[in-house]
Design a protein around this ligand. Structure first.
Ligand code: MG
Length: 457
């Protein structure tokens, strides 16, 4: 039931009031006798109503509930821990299209539910173990109006606010009509920036652009930055656990570049440390942090996996190449507002524009492709990946997640998507043409194999 990042379904079809209520009841069963729980939501049209359904079901299951309203996912995570709650539920579908919504569970430590907790909830749900408390044991419902302040203060405490304020940065913020509309403008105000907001009102129909912060979807931000120059452009996805950036020249900064920059700066500040990131990440990370005593630990794809690995390995920084950055000093969760504050902190400390900081990074080119692949063919195709490379070309094969093949020119990774019937192909090299060549030849090989396997079956 739980995917790599919680439950995501279509509202009114598979995601019904009944479903959310039953899930929350199963969550209450698994957390019997514990509490309080924090319930927050993103800005989707169905979120406030479904949030109240979840809160009501938890209370009927005997759990005291603190409702925090519309908040970014990392802000709910922060409040779960700060309030000493037993756990939290977030009604959100992150960057998915408007017809989706979902439920995400947060453990008392602010990280996503462990797989063991998810399994217990799935079992309780399947067995219909929904708690029915008598009138004396019903949980209380209360509202916390300080959740935004608590979160923003938490972010501000991790950066040099005075140094940032002194620079009077000009920032263009694209909230994408999502949950960041209530938090990132407040943060920018506290940091003394002169900021302009695009798509700054919460609207679950996402009238500005799709809620996934891709270069394609952020053309409005790019155009704005070119017409009215500013020091930094930033955009969040729907639940604002991610932040992506546009430099002062109006150029979209690829996620792996910001990841590498912030990994280097965090390791430098800590005088070393472990950076945790999935196998899809750039080789630039290891190269950039090595001189400062940093090393990389690779994991499977999925931010909850990265967070848990950071907890185990005391990682100082982690995250993914899609704009999801995790700063361990703040919390072990991807955090869009923290990323924004941290980037401004680096701009203030180095006194360099973002384009210059990016240009200093090791010059790697990461290319991404998608190939349709029916779910039933996945294993067969994956097994053939190593043989698709010319013999002798592969210097190392890793199967931590999908199949990653290293060659003398770079690497290529093929991995099935957790949510769609596609393969994602990543290729990287110091030479753009070679990266594209690796991606193209693997895309063609996988396409050909899928076609011949489909014809046979
Ligand atoms: Mg998200």
């Amino acid at each position: 039931m739980f995917g790599t990042n919680g439950i995501r379904e279509v509202v009114g079809k598979t995601l019904t009031v009944r479903f959310v209520s039953d899930i929350a009841s199963a969550v209450a069963f698994v957390h019997s006798g514990m509490g309080p729980a924090v319930v927050g939501t993103d800005a989707r049209t169905s979120s406030p109503a479904l949030g109240r359904v979840a809160a009501g079901a938890l209370a009927m299951g005997g759990i005291d509930v603190i409702e925090v309203g519309v908040l970014p996912t990392p802000a709910v995570q922060y409040n779960v821990k700060a309030l000493g709650a037993a756990f939290g539920l977030i009604v959100t579908a992150s960057h998915n299209p408007p017809e989706f919504n979902g439920v995400k569970g947060i453990a008392g430590d602010g990280l996503e539910f462990t797989r063991a907790t998810e399994r217990a909830i799935e079992e309780a749900y399947a067995a219909g173990r929904f708690v029915a408390k008598g009138y004396q044991e019903i949980g209380t419902l209360s509202t916390d109006g300080l959740a935004i302040k608590r979160y923003v203060d938490g972010v501000l405490s991790r950066v040099d606010v005075e140094a940032i304020r002194a620079r009077k940065f000009r920032v263009v913020l694209d909230c994408g009509n999502g949950a960041s509309t209530g938090t990132s403008p407040v943060l920018l105000q506290h940091m003394g920036t002169r900021y302009t907001t695009l798509n700054g009102n919460p609207d679950g129909t996402f009238p500005g652009h799709d809620s996934e912060p891709t270069e394609e979807n952020l053309q409005g931000l790019v155009q704005h930055m070119r017409a009215m120059p500013a020091d930094l452009g930033v955009a969040h996805d729907g639940d604002a656990d991610r932040a992506v950036f546009v430099d002062e020249k109006g150029r979209f900064v690829p996620g792996e570049k910001i990841f590498t920059l912030m990994a280097r700066e965090t390791v430098r500040q800590h005088g070393g440390g472990v950076v945790v990131t999935p196998v899809t990440s750039s080789d630039a990370v290891a190269e950039a942090i090595a001189p400062f005593g940093g090393r990389v630990r690779f994991t499977r794809v999925g931010s909850p996996v990265v967070s848990r690995a950071m907890q185990e390995d005391k990682g100082v920084f982690g995250g993914e190449e899609n704009g999801g950055l995790i700063f361990a000093d703040h919390q072990l969760a991807r955090d869009g507002a923290m990323s924004l504050a941290a980037v401004l902190d680096v701009l203030a400390r180095t006194q360099k524009p973002l384009s210059e900081l990016i240009a200093e990074l090791p010059p790697y080119h990461l290319v991404k492709r998608k190939v349709p692949c029916p779910v039933e063919l996945r294993e067969k195709v994956l097994a053939e990946v190593p043989s698709m490379m010319d013999r002798g070309q592969a210097t190392e094969i890793t199967t931590l997640d999908g199949v990653k093949v290293r060659t003398s020119e770079g690497w290529v990774l093929v991995r099935p998507s957790g949510t769609e019937p596609i393969y994602r192909i990543f290729a990287e090299s110091r030479d753009r043409k070679k990266a594209e060549g690796l991606a193209d030849s693997m895309t063609k090989s996988v396409n050909d194999l899928v076609r011949s396997l489909s014809a046979r079956s």
